[in-house]
Write a protein of this length. Sequence first.
Length: 299
Amino acid sequence: MTTTAASPAPAPSPAPASASAERTVLRTWVWHAVCVVIGLVLLYPVLWLLTASFKSGEEVISNLSPIPKVFTPGNYSQAVDGVSGLSLWRLFGNSLLVSFGTVVGNVLSCSLAAYAFARLRFRGRGLYFALMIGTLMLPAHLMLIPQYVIFQELGMVGTYLPLILPKFLATEAFFVFLVVQFIRSLPAELDQAAAIDGCGPYRTFWHVIMPLLKPAIVTTTIFSFIWSWNDFFSQVIYLVEPQTYTLQLGLRMFVDMDGSAMFGPMFAMSVLTLVPVLLFFLAFQRLLVEGVQTTGLKG
């Protein structure tokens, strides 16, 4: 009796797996290429601004290409010298003063208001919180005239107080809501342990809650600085004397009364105006992402 050995089964062909891997790699490359194209489209205005800062005023109008025909680095020296007797450093200092006051006011007042809404129990808390959130839907132009009349009666128009003082009164509902959501994610046992140790609401906030608010505080700081630094509308309303002008108002002074403008130095100063915001964002980018991820996730 003879036996025959079973022939081994044929190995599966690697062609389907290889084809699937190639398609995956191809989709990845296509996706990255699309993202790069979209990024270049979005960054083109910034690139055009940067290249236009090295063009003369005539070339800015006549040459639509982002590449300057005549390299004009002197625009930056004129931008540093300033306009109408105001140097770049004077405008920069004024902007820094307003932004710093805005950041300090928002961080202190919004944190205190958020702690009250998130932890303290008082009559009408839900109603007050709903009214505060409702202010987010009010256009800023609706409150412009009443606020201007109030500051005019108080003699504050022409100073930095209308730009800074409201920030110490927790008027930014967005930041209050942001910090409230973060505080609600903290264990309530922390407050109970502090109360057992004899801490009142203020000591509990400063010594227990405040040190844990780093992500929310950093987020509030970054957005407050950027929004205040780039603000133009409020500053053009309340700042009257040229000596109090910020960088945003200084850019407007490059436009003459007849409508003509010194485009080269104006674009150079625009680039210099963007540098602090860019450096500020890059320095705190990681903390900003962490703050956005850890706030607003728990209702």
